[in-house]
Design a protein around this ligand. Sequence first.
Ligand SMILES: C[S@@+](CC[C@H](N)C(=O)[O-])C[C@H]1O[C@@H](n2cnc3c(N)ncnc32)[C@H](O)[C@@H]1O
Length: 154
Amino acid sequence: MPINIVLHEPEIPYNTGNIARTCACTGSKLHLIEPLGFSLEDKYLKRAGLDYWQYLDVKIYKDLNDFFEKNRDANVFYFSTKGKQYYTQAPYTDNCYLMFGKETAGLPQWLIEQNIHKTYRIPMISDVRSLNLSNAVAIVLYEALRQLGFPNLV
Ligand SMILES: C[S@@+](CC[C@H](N)C(=O)[O-])C[C@H]1O[C@@H](n2cnc3c(N)ncnc32)[C@H](O)[C@@H]1O
């Protein structure tokens, strides 16, 4: 079963393009929660994803409620600089969902507070704000795939 990458209100097209390519290369599904800061026809989005869109399984949701209604039993892990545990400590499972926040503001505070036991951080030095969204996704996704034994990857 694939892993699911969930982007909450992504704003920058080339970040989502990079993430789309990473999803395509790993057989992961991409879930985009609106509003998006770009059109799906955006040239930067397409250029960043190159010709990998054909391999991509992408779903769009009108808001967070729509996402949770359509994925009621989803095992969701959240990623934020405010997480208390390292991303390597998360017990990733087949078909789990990895949710990331928007570039300017991250995930909503209330969502982090409600799910703090499932919110993880990638360690950094103390004086910096955050990693780039597409780099954060790649780091976490490959850790999840490593824990699962790189299913269907060669
Ligand atoms: C550019 S960051 C958002 C920055 C925002 N100012 C914040 O503090 O959350 C975009 C997303 O990348 C992920 N991210 C970036 N750095 C991270 C880190 N060190 N640990 C966990 N997630 C990170 C998070 O999902 C975050 O919402």
